[in-house]
Design a protein around this ligand. Structure first.
Ligand code: CA
Length: 374
């Protein structure tokens, strides 16, 4: 029973007993007209992802559903998969110029517009999903990234995370740095730049076209996300050697982008509803990935997929090259500011996660993904 119904039912009675409840009722009634004048608002959200990926695309639908429920249907967000309103890689521009009120994307797609945007998403050997959330919510991560997005007339909200990705599928086993040389691999972003310096021929191919490229031999290796999403794309039908970890995407954070003018026009109650819903969507994407990846990994291994860790010398060389690449951009003062803050946070996070978390994980589930158990 709603509170107002209870009060109206309780109202009949002795005059003295009624008085306080009438007062309470007036307070409630006094709020009612304000609630009824809350505007009806409809936003359009463009996602950079296809709706076939229920994990990553699903965050937009969780956000929309919760905002609608929290505002009793008055504030609605309609989400569109990549390409329906705008192409996947034009989501930021479309939000910036107000064509749409908001978007859902991965900020490293837009590093060409500002190299520091990678810190809103992920960098090789960077923060894990939990560490990134800590930086956003309780460090200076959100303030620093919002400073960047102000240049785009956009306000950003953490919008999900895939967790640590897998290192991808290889046509032949990788036992050393030498084995990487000359390999044609689909890998985007900074990870691709690192691979390029390890003499890998890097290609950037959209998700829907990777299978054919691998099948036809146009590429020798590819990365995508992790067991659940990779299984959907069917790479296991072509190659069997599956590597970990995806050191280039240790905890990629997705983001909701909102046009600043649209945000400023929202009633404060709707802003609260939005922030609550965005935080919920952020948490749920990671939980969904963690829930789906375990069974998917089991199915892949049962189907004959062989799991391998990257050799130590590959990890070490990639890490060193990553540091060099990150330093190269640091001549720009705006980049240096966020890079310096990120590094300081990372050092403390690594120290902490290197204690209890690592010791526990290593002992309890550290051997379960090893080749011997595959
Ligand atoms: Ca990836």
């Amino acid at each position: 029973m709603k509170r107002r119904d209870f009060l109206s039912v309780a109202a009949p009675g002795p005059q003295d007993a009624l008085a306080p409840e009438t007062a309470a009722d007036q307070v409630i009634t006094g709020q009612a007209p304000a609630v009824q004048t809350m505007p009806r608002i409809m936003w359009r959200l463009a996602s950079s992802f296809p709706n076939g990926l229920d994990t990553i695309y699903g965050a937009a639908e969780i956000l929309a559903g919760r905002v609608e429920a929290l505002t009793e249907g008055r504030f609605r967000i309609r989400s569109y998969p990549a390409g329906e309103l705008v192409p996947a890689l034009e989501v930021l521009s479309a939000v910036q110029n107000g064509t749409i009120q908001m978007g859902h994307s991965a900020s490293y797609y837009f590093q060409g517009r500002n190299p520091a945007l990678v810190f809103d998403c992920t960098i090789p050997f960077g923060l894990s999903a939990r560490q990134l959330n800590a930086w956003f919510y309780y460090g200076d991560g959100l303030a620093l990234t919002r400073e960047m997005f102000a240049d785009f007339n956009v306000i950003n909200f953490p919008g999900g995370n895939t967790g640590t990705q897998m290192g991808g599928w290889f046509r032949r086993e990788i036992g050393s740095l030498q084995d990487l040389r000359g390999l044609k691999m689909r890998i985007p972003g900074l990870g691709g730049e690192v691979m390029n310096r390890l003499d890998v021929t890097v290609q950037v191919i959209p998700g829907g076209e990777i299978y054919l490229a691998l099948e036809r031999g146009a590429i020798d290796a590819t990365e995508w996300v992790g067991p659940y999403d990779d299984e959907k794309l069917g790479f296991q039908e072509i190659v069997k050697d599956y590597y970990y970890p995806g050191w280039w995407e240790p905890g990629p954070g997705l983001s909701f982008y909102v046009n600043r003018d649209a945000w400023d026009a929202l009633p404060s109650a709707y802003r609260e509803a939005f922030e609550t819903a965005a935080a919920e969507a952020n948490e749920h994407m990671l939980a969904l990935y963690d829930a789906r990846n375990g069974p998917a990994l089991r199915r892949l291994v049962e189907g004959g997929v062989r799991l391998h860790p990257f050799p130590e010398e590959v990890m070490a060389a990639a890490r060193q090259i990553t540091e060099e690449i990150l330093e190269e951009s640091a001549s720009d003062p705006a980049y240096r500011k966020i890079y310096t803050a990120y590094k300081a946070w990372r050092d403390d996070a690594y120290r902490w996660f290197g204690a209890a978390e690592l010791a526990y994980g290593d002992y309890v589930f550290g051997s379960d993904a090893s080749p011997g158990n595959a």
